[in-house]
Ligand binder design. Structure first.
Ligand code: CMX
Length: 136
């Protein structure tokens, strides 16, 4: 399996509007996209740094994955996403290696990427996303 780089780091925040004051006003990054991912019950905001992105995640539903995460652990790093090519084959390899897949087949995530999550219980506590931009 070949993972090429860290595509993004997802950070759970209570309010994107509030967190932007830090990422833009203090760190000097530029937010280039804000998008709601309805089936994940989140609003996202993206910042680019090198070839990696920071994805701020604001919950739109307290019972959604990010809402529950903030309730339990507070704001902070929510997941790490690795870019790959041939995501279906990568998921098959991970499955065969005994990794617990939340998504056995890819689905559409923010920015039109094909994404799949691995359960944090089988990745040393880090919710892990595998993603592929099939337009590249
Ligand atoms: N990182 C690390 N651990 C996490 C976690 C995270 N982001 N989210 C949940 N957990 C842990 C919990 O702390 C809990 O651990 P304990 O059993 O030790 O208490 C365990 O996982 C189960 O958590 P839960 O609150 O009971 O939640 P669920 O089992 O209902 O769901 C998970 C957990 C990971 C399967 C679910 O959040 C999920 O499917 N996540 C993938 C989808 C997602 O996060 N989407 C949002 C981002 C979308 C995007 O980027 O577009």
């Amino acid at each position: 399996m070949e993972l090429s780089h860290i595509e993004h780091i997802g950070i759970a925040v209570k309010s994107i509007d509030e967190a932007r004051k830090y990422y833009e006003g203090i760190l000097g990054l530029t937010c280039y996209a804000v998008e709601e991912v309805k089936d994940q019950r989140v609003k996202t905001a993206f910042f680019k740094i090198g070839q990696t992105k920071i994805e701020l995640l604001e919950s739109t539903d307290p019972e959604g994955p990010v809402g529950k995460f903030i309730e339990k652990k507070g704001e902070g790093i929510h997941h790490i996403a690795f870019a790959t090519k041939g995501i279906e084959g990568v998921l098959q390899d991970l499955d065969a290696s005994g990794v617990n897949l939340i998504d056995k087949t890819p689905r559409k995530g923010a920015e039109g990427l094909d994404i799949a999550f691995l359960h944090p219980k089988s990745t040393y506590g880090v919710l892990t996303e595998i993603c592929e931009d099939k337009n590249k």
